[in-house]
Design a protein around this ligand. Sequence first.
Ligand code: FMN
Length: 141
Amino acid sequence: MAKLLIIYHSQTGNTEEMAKAVAEGAKVEVTLKKAFDAKAEDLIACDAVAFGSPTNFGYMSGAVKDFFDRTLPACRGKVDGKPFAAFASMAAEKRVAIEAIESIAASFGLKKVADGPLAKGKPAPEILDECRELGKKLATG
Ligand SMILES: Cc1cc2nc3c(=O)[nH]c(=O)nc-3n(C[C@H](O)[C@H](O)[C@H](O)COP(=O)(O)O)c2cc1C
């Protein structure tokens, strides 16, 4: 496994902390991209991808949804079977953002390889450990 891409949005830093822990666990070449800056070519070029989002209004953040909306046409047929996992932060809403990302990622042809961690607010140390484990899992296929 050569390249792991992490696409995330974070307004107050919770999801960003998780994204950095995923990167830390991977121990391979990692590209951390804010969702508004991420492009179709980034997804096409990576070997595995993690998506991170806060839970906003019972869904993934608009920034992460914007990435999917912008890049589907260019990615069609070019990312089939690529491993992915989603992680999220929330206040109280359970796994809705993760499930929403998983549903859209499946329509890109990506293959889910793990149930990603969900943090309530600032991620606890054990959640950050789970993020590191997720990075390791994605990096080792
Ligand atoms: C506009 C907005 C909408 C939100 N909606 C929800 C929600 O529907 N359910 C929930 O559990 N948390 C909700 N939250 C809380 C965030 O998901 C939570 O604070 C999260 O940790 C923020 O992550 P971040 O620090 O990466 O931005 C909302 C926060 C904002 C700013």
